[in-house]
Design a protein around this ligand. Sequence first.
Ligand SMILES: [Mg+2]
Length: 440
Amino acid sequence: MDAKLIVDEVRLTPILISDPPLLNVQGVHQPSTPRLVVEVITRGGVSGLGETYGDGVYLDLARPLAEALPGHPVTDVNALFTLATATDPTPATGATSATAPALGAEEPDAGVSAAGLRGVRTAEKLRLSVVSAFETACLDALGKTLGLPVHALLGGKVRDTVEYSAYLFYRWAAHPGAEAADDWGPALDPAGIVAQARRFDRLHGFRSFKLKGGVFEPEREIAAIRALAEAFPGRPLRLDPNGAWSVETSLAVARELDGVLEYLEDPASGTGAMAEIAARTDVPLATNMCVTTFEEVPEAFAKGAVRIVLCDHHYWGGLGRTRELAALCRTYGVGLSMHSNTHLGISLAAMTQVAATLPELHHACDTHYPWQTEDVVTTRPVFRDGRLAVSDAPGLGVDLDRPALASLHRRWLDDDGTLRDRDDAAAMRRADPAWRPSTW
Ligand SMILES: [Mg+2]
């Protein structure tokens, strides 16, 4: 193995990034949310970048993996999974561990993790989310060393641009107690959501719109979708209440919005409920909650619970595993879209690179990125007609803004611990101590 490709050092930098007061079934986004930047530096002096969740449970897994990786070549991305398992400080494999608590079954928000809204938290899911950032960083370093874009390392791009969807949120004008607000204003009714969509359309040219639901009673969210359909005739529309509804409520909403929605995303929680709904409606169901691991695929596909799976390279363990999921979806005739959580430019570059290699991706990808005002990359990507150009520069095609990284890390260091673990419910209860998640 060429010595230039051997990992010399791994740097982990937890950061806190500003986040607007976006509402969801779990509460409200915190004023700052944690992310982790992974840098893999080779003996050839090349730095590869990765980004993932930055909560403490992820840091606990990333630190021993970072210590174990030097000496391995950046080409050995398949070995990251065994290395991550071997270095996992928690004892059980695949089971919920002491550092990866499932949300309590008695809680109304059981089954939904605030950091990912991806079903019950397991040690395996946490590990894969950590591996994803290391895999991305290794591929970035390999690509930079070879002078090849990451998409070339994945077999090559099948498109030159990747389409993204506008991600609409009910939101407050400002975080409670904040000294300053951004200039988006509140969006708490159909008119507010349409105004937000118009601004996304004007700024970035997005063609499709997704509304994060599960915030208000379903009738109010149906009205918002109808208002969007009226304002943007023929545009793809999605609604995602993150499993907040019963089977009967989901079916009632599906009846109301049949022919209006491109897809209905996770109306109810769990494969069983989703299968029951799917059997009784023609509205396509999509998920990033009941199919988030390979173990969950067979039952969901056998039951016909979903027509579209939202891939997410953080969840699935990296860009290679995302392509494996795409192959499974192709095999079973299930559609593919892409999920997003609060993220920065490193993740967006990784999402774009892998999306460019997936012929079966026929839906615009989700991204929270336009809501982010801060970044750790030197150049913010620009959406044109809702699309990002696929970079052909070596690696991911992004460079680290070290002063920005240091500043956001300083914010993480200065935090008293309140914001280092994302908890949307806790953020909501700071505004309204009596708040409880609602289900309909
Ligand atoms: Mg979703």
